[in-house]
Each structure stands twice: as C-alpha cells, then as structure tokens.
Design a protein around this ligand. Sequence first.
Ligand SMILES: Cc1cc2nc3c(=O)[nH]c(=O)nc-3n(C[C@H](O)[C@H](O)[C@H](O)COP(=O)(O)O)c2cc1C
Length: 353
Amino acid sequence: MSKLWTELKIGNMILPHRLAMAPMTRSRALADGVPGELTAEYYGQRASLGLIISEGTQPSDDGQGYMNTPGIYTEAHIEGWKKITSRVHEEGGHIFIQLMHVGRISHPDNTPHHRQPVAPSAIAPKVEMFTAEGMKEAPTPRAFSKEEINEVIQEFRTAASAAIKAGADGVEIHGANGYLIQQFLSENANQRNDEYGGTIENRARFAIEVTKAVVDEIGADKTGFRISPSSTLHDIEEGEFGPDVYRFLVAELKKLDLAYLHVMHVGNEPLLKELRQLWSNPLLVNRAGRPLEQLTTDLDHDLADVVPVGSWALANPDFVERIKNNASLNDPDRNTFYGGGAEGYTDYPFLSK
Ligand SMILES: Cc1cc2nc3c(=O)[nH]c(=O)nc-3n(C[C@H](O)[C@H](O)[C@H](O)COP(=O)(O)O)c2cc1C
C-alpha cells in the first residue's frame, strides 16, 4: 500500500497524510503588504492538505519583488497573518510562512521604497518584471556590503519571530527559484570575492547563516528550507560545481536538525537520490509539472516523505478528498494566478458544496 495515507511527524506537527500545499504567490495583499481579507478564506479552504506552505512573504522592503505580495515585518503584517493562521488551525491544518527575499529579481516600481534592488553582486538578471505599467527589465542591482549582509540575516531572524507571533507553525526559508539565497549559491549571480563568494563553502555561507539565525530565534523544529538544484529559473546558472554546492549545503543544514528539507525538483535524479540518502529528517519533494498518475511515485520509491502540490491545490481546495475519491480535478486558470480578487482564488468549486 502506498504510504500516502499514513501519518507523519514533522517538527511538533502530526500530519494526517503525505500531501501538502506548495508555496504559491498570489499577489492579493494590500499595497502595504498586509494580507487581504480573502486570504484567510483561501488558506482555510485548503487546510485539509495538512501542511500549507504559504506564498513567498518578504522579510523587509528590499525583499519584495512583485506587486501585492505579503510581508511579515510590521505589526500590521502580524495582525493580518493572525487571521490566516487561526483560520487554518480552526480547520485542522498547519501553516508555515515562506520567507522569500527576492534579491535582484525585483523592480523599484514594485517596492515600498522604490529603491534599486540589492543582491550578492551588481549583475542584472536577464528577466522582465511585471509592474503596474506592464513588463519592464529588471535593473542592475547594487551589491550588498558585508554589513548589509549581516542586516539581512537579522531581517530573516525578526521575520521568523514575527511569523511565530502571528501564529504560524513555522517558516520555510526560500532558497529556491532564483531568489536571494539561490543567487548567493549560484555562479552567475554571485561574483563576490569576500567570504560570501568564490568557493563552495563561501557561496553556501549566506544560506547557512540565515538558517542558523532563524533556528536560533524560533527553533529547528519550526524551520524548513527549500532548494531547487539545477533550476535555471530567474536567470540562474549554478555552473559545473552546482551539485557540490548542494551536497555541502544539505550536509551543513542536516547538522541543524531542521523540521524538513523541501526540494523543488526539476530533474537531476542522481542528485535527488544522493540528497535523500544524506538527509535523515522529513524530505518534501515537489516534482514540478508531473502528471497525476505520478503523484505518489516518489513516496512509493521512498524518495520523498511528503509530496507538496502547487497548481492542483490552487485549483482544488478539496484536493485531498478528490484524490481519496478518485474524483476529477478543476483546471487551474492561469489568468487569475496573480492579483485580483475572489475569482480564481476562493471560488474554485468543492466536490459537494
Ligand atoms: C501561481 C504560482 C505561484 C508560485 N509562487 C511560488 C512562491 O511564492 N514560492 C515558491 O517557492 N514557489 C512558488 N511557485 C512554485 C510552486 O511552489 C511549485 O514548485 C510549482 O508550481 C510546481 O509544482 P506543481 O507542478 O505541483 O504546480 C509558484 C507556482 C505557481 C503556479
């Protein structure tokens, strides 16, 4: 029998099954980063997924890259998130807030202070950003000073503390998808020649220091970490030593005894197998874009303990019930992924409501 319907302990949570909701930006927060009124309903509807990993949430003004993404660094943010976490708990679920600092994947039009983005090195990513005036090229960022790196680490620490104050069960540190932490890991976005660039150890240093600060603040049992080895999303080139960076990083994170490691998997199968061997705590594997028949393959092959789902969860608030009953799924509507109101957010139909 598939272990899909068996319980799993992650940190202090007992999850009822092996599905979870992958983090998904929905750009429906207010302009000041306070999550909007509908967001509690959206996550509450999806509580049966057991563990919800929230949309990427910025730990500071600099950490924001997109319009209307939520923050977790002001009292108003904390009050906004409280409504969400209490709703998810009332419905019997758990929620980790994903801490996402975008680094160079940003645009001054989209940040509260409208300043030049900051990143490991002053190298523009070859991406365009959606702004209120349409698509614009991401500008060349300013490189962090060493003092600023320490400040950003402290921002992650205080954001983690704020997430717990807001009632979250924990935080997921976003080390994936070409944002700040993966920029430090990669070869093309990080050309620093201080202790944060160059060697594998140096490129992994920022990720490890952020994680240590978060663990020190809220505890390892409330801290998860997301990686996306080999992904080139948002103009990332990890270079020939890319896999070695992950071997080193994951071995270091293992020493911290985190609640979980979350791999956004895009295809380096041997590396995934290696990381599975290396990592002894729960491993979440989100295999991007797989067909439904392969939902449990990684569980069955003991490559994963949990399989988070993204767009299926977005379009099916009762995804778990539908899988249990072998029912058909609603299709996600890409036009309503980002921004707007209830349409394509809280109005996807349930099986029997
Ligand atoms: C609308 C949308 C927004 C997303 N936003 C985030 C995000 O904020 N943080 C993140 O780590 N991944 C984000 N992702 C990636 C998903 O977590 C997931 O890895 C991806 O959708 C592949 O899984 P799926 O095939 O099950 O959808 C997003 C995906 C979608 C579709």
